[in-house]
Design a protein around this ligand. Sequence first.
Ligand code: GAR
Length: 236
Amino acid sequence: MERKRTGILISGRGSNMAALIAAAAEPSFPAEIALVISNDPEANGLKMAAQNGIPTRTIARKDHASREEHDAAIDEALQECGAELVCLAGYMRRLTAGFVEKWSGRMINIHPALLPAFRGLDTHRAALAAGVRIHGCTVHFVTAEVDAGPIVAQAAVPVLAEDDEARLAARVLKAEHRLYPLALSLVASGRVSLRDGKVAHHGRNAGDTGDMLISPAPPSTESDTVDLEYLARFTP
Ligand code: GAR
């Protein structure tokens, strides 16, 4: 199996990057991480990548005259390392339309919310303010509109009564670290692709997601559960 060479763009902590590197360390994973690029030389993720033997580059905005030139330098670095796919992992700069177009169908992003809800920043604060009982994260193909591209995969987590922003963020981040490698493997293996602006699925889902996530969790005692046999009479 030919593994898809993948570049990762980061701006900071790099925990999603680390999850992708860890998954790709497995030889059967359909992508290999060829390069990590940060716009910030101080990004913690750069050190982590280097410690794992992954080549790194810093390509800072201030070293380029325009956003277009900045993105052109990133594109050049990706071409040089033979990247076929790009993962945005906490890359906090808006990419230019030309760059997005060039990598269309080959660039994915992780966003800490169940899109299309809570686009933009401070998603956990927004979710708490809205009072949703289920929150999560989304991996999507990157399109010109920010946080709006076709969805590759999502993971849901419950919002608990005692949650504050930090607790909720930690629960979602844990889900992100499971979801992003899964989503990259779907795209790298060709099981998911972008066709005419929509996500196309090829083949069946391998696993079992369970039927539903209910939050707050319903009580599990016998007397509180509904009579499923009775209900089945009304279900086609
Ligand atoms: C992650 O939670 C990611 O979903 C988010 O930034 C964090 C980066 O953390 N991305 C966005 O908000 C993009 N819209 P990490 O550097 O530890 O992976």
